[in-house]
Design a protein around this ligand. Structure first.
Ligand code: MSP
Length: 691
């Protein structure tokens, strides 16, 4: 196969210690749209996604859930895969880092780097915080931990190190010679500035936990999770495999053309990964493209804020294409963008239900009505107007502009351009009034009507072909209604004006985008609240049980600050962006949470909700109403008089129409996450604070 005609795109592989949400869906659907477009252009495309399943975080989440780690990762990985399948993501492979093919490949990469002399054994001696299980930069025995303030101990640990420092100049030269290597340019500049401050060698093994890939020849150590995780991009396409066809696959697809990532993991991809590959003498990916963060109503989505939105909620109410279109149209790719149900519904109604939906349904309905469902013949001479050619010219310009913008990752502007054509054709129909022309007698009027409807249908076909990678489900439907068959088989590289077959029979014409209204927003909000209530009774307390900072895991999003604390590893600027993702928080953050002892005064079932109880809890200063997802585990009468722990300063939220003013703290036990309420062995006064 011609190597120039292949395209290999990857998403980051997702951590299995958090449940999939709309942020994960965003990265994945951006890649999906790119992959679909490339395939439609006839390019041999390979689209990879998967899950990142090792590390101390995962080990702890599993322990907290009293589940063996493998069983735990199987479960969460399946949730990611299930979501991607529900979203219709067209991945070619889903790699899991606990698969044998990955382990073998990752070990092979290690061996290659070692053979070239870039791995050495070293001892780190320094201060260790037993509470946080962290190496810290504090100096001297007993020095306080910067995270929790407790005295640290002096420890010594032997690890393997990667000679990262040897690659600073080579990396800089690579960035300079390959301006497309890091995109967008602002990110490239950040990485260059970071590199110019110098690189320290990187600790790439851990012996303080077991849940990882054994270091070749020294199974007391497991590989640093980022070295393990990054190597998935090679192992998934056959690196390290014995089978000949797998090796050929690697030769064909490697190097990757695009690694799509979120901005918080730039350094791992733009510094460590190319350095590992250079050390192993492997070609570097062509481009690493970083997008921004998806915020919920302007603030960062996080479990602790309780403002996580699940992709399923949007999909269940408005469908996959609504989510895809909104995220690609509304968010300026590369920058942070905001998600809200109001904005989603507004965009859906205006661009999809009104603009594209109307264009499609009125054009096709009129062809049905006036031409018996056959595409009419536009006479090149009789009854033509300049306005017809204006539409044709605009369509040709849109094809060019859309192509340029989309291939430059400017999805929002690309869609804006395509929708300018939709707007122009809708206006053309209003101006030309085909419904009035249809009522007039004579050949000339018949020819005029044919030209108007052909022009509108042909423009609709062009927009539909361009929009397919973003709107796969609805574009397929419109394509079928135009009588054109399977849209993914159309060769986009040949798209031009005048390809709609004359006399072609339309398919069954049906509305594609039913209008959304206020109840759609209410339904989505309600679904989120129910999901949050369920999660509160299971996941939140699991997270508490697994939250102490990881031992020796190094810089992962969520605890990148600990990276610099790991002895000779370099300092982590990503620290500012990351701490809210399932990782460490500062003591100040912890102190923001007001935990109090309360006594249950009233407990009763909530009508129509099997899992919910309505509680009234005395917290010393007041009696609070709470709605808690514990009804399957506790009978209301058993709770009265019981002392419980509640989070007292959560923003109120409504569940089943009842205001819940706080959250009850429970451990989540077993696979089904049965809630077990936190309690005390000694008696404690009502209202006492926990800290
Ligand atoms: N496991 C690592 C990646 C290893 S790749 C070799 C990891 N996993 S993650 O699950 O925490 O995040 C994966 C990706 O999800 C991020 O890079 C980011 O693209 C995406 N997002 C997670 N939350 C997000 C938002 N709120 N908004 C946009 N994308 C975010 O990092």
């Amino acid at each position: 196969m011609d190597k120039g005609q292949k395209f290999y795109i990857t998403t980051p592989i997702y951590y299995v210690n958090a449940r999939p949400h709309i942020g994960h869906a965003y990265t994945t659907l951006v890649c999906d749209a790119i992959a679909r477009r490339k395939r439609m252009l006839g390019i041999d495309t390979f689209f990879l996604t998967g899950t990142d399943e090792h590390g101390v975080h995962v080990e702890r989440s599993a322990t907290a859930a009293q589940t063996p780690p493998q069983k735990w990762v199987d479960k969460v990985s399946a949730e990611f895969r299930g979501l991607f399948d529900k979203m219709g993501i067209s991945y070619d492979d889903f790699i899991r880092t606990t698969e044998p093919r990955h382990k073998l490949g990752a070990q092979e990469l290690w061996k290659r780097i070692q053979e070239k002399g870039f791995i050495y054994k070293g001892t780190y001696t320094g201060q260790y915080c037993v509470f946080d299980e962290l190496y810290v930069d504090s100096v001297g025995p007993g020095a306080p931990c910067p995270e929790c303030g407790r005295p640290t101990e002096t420890v010594s640990e032997e690890n393997y190190y990667f000679k990262l420092s040897a690659f600073a100049d080579k990396l800089l030269a690579h960035y300079q010679q390959n301006p497309e290597f890091i995109r967008p340019e602002t990110r490239r500049n950040e990485v260059i500035a970071f590199l110019k401050t110098g690189l320290r060698d990187l600790s790439i093994s851990r012996s303080t936990f077991k849940w990882g890939i054994a270091v070749p020849g020294d199974p007391r150590h497991v590989m640093y999770v980022w070295l393990d995780a990054l190597s998935n991009y090679c192992t998934a396409v056959g690196f390290g495999a014995k089978e000949e066809d797998e090796q050929k696959k690697f030769q064909h697809f490697w190097p990757a053309d695009v690694h799509m990532i979120g901005k918080e993991i730039i350094r791992f991809h733009c510094v460590y990964w190319p350095a590992f590959l250079m050390a192993a003498d492997l070609p570097l990916p062509k481009s690493i493209v970083a997008h921004g963060w998806l915020l919920f109503e302007e603030s960062k989505m996080s479990k602790s804020r309780g403002n996580i939105v699940r992709a399923e909620t949007v999909i269940d109410v408005l469908g996959n294409d609504a989510l895809r279109y909104f995220l690609l149209r509304e968010i300026v790719f590369g920058q942070d963008g905001s998600f809200s149900f109001d904005a989603l519904v507004q965009r859906y109604n205006s661009d999809l239900a009104n603009d594209l939906g109307n264009l499609s349904s009125r054009t096709l309905t009129m062809i049905n009505r006036y031409f018996n469902g056959s595409v009419p013949y536009p006479s090149p001479t009789v009854a033509r107007k300049a306005t017809d050619d204006v539409i044709k010219e605009q369509a040709l310009t849109v094809i060019q502009e859309f192509t340029q913008l989309f291939d430059d990752f400017q999805f929002s502007r690309a869609l804006e351009t395509a929708w300018s054509l939709v707007g122009a054709v809708n206006k053309y129909l209003v101006d030309e009034e085909p419904w009035i022309v249809a009522e007039k007698e004579g050949e000339e009027n018949k020819a005029r009507l044919a030209t108007i409807l052909y022009t509108a249908a042909e423009a609709l076909r062009i927009v539909t072909a361009l929009a397919y990678p973003v709107l796969p489900e609805s574009a397929s439907k419109i394509w079928n209604q135009l009588g054109l068959g399977e849209i993914s088989k159309f060769n986009l590289a040949e798209l031009k004006w005048g390809q709609l077959p004359l006399g072609g029979k339309l398919g069954k014409v049906e509305p594609v985008f039913p209008r959304a209204d206020k109840t759609s927003i209410e339904r989505m909000q309600q679904m989120e609240q129910e999901r949050a209530a369920q999660a509160a009774s299971t996941a939140s307390s699991t997270a508490t049980a697994s939250s102490p900072a990881p031992a020796g895991e190094g810089a992962r999003p969520g605890q990148p600050a600990s990276q610099s604390a790991h002895g000779p590893a370099d300092a982590a600027p990503a620290a500012k962006a990351a701490p809210a993702i399932d990782g460490k928080i500062s003591i100040d953050d912890f102190l923001k949470v007001e935990l109090r002892v309360g006594q249950v005064k009233v407990a009763e079932k909530v009508k129509g909700a099997d899992k919910l109880l309505r509680l009234e809890v005395d917290i010393g200063t007041e009696v609070r109403q709470l709605v808690a997802g514990i009804a399957l585990a506790y009978k209301p009468e058993d709770l009265i008089g019981r002392k419980v722990v509640i989070v007292a300063n959560l923003q109120p939220r409504k569940l089943r129409g009842l205001e819940s003013n706080g959250m009850i703290v429970a451990a989540s036990v077993g696979e089904d996450g049965k809630p077990v309420l936190a309690s005390f062995l000694e008696d404690v006064p009502i209202g006492a604070k926990l800290k």
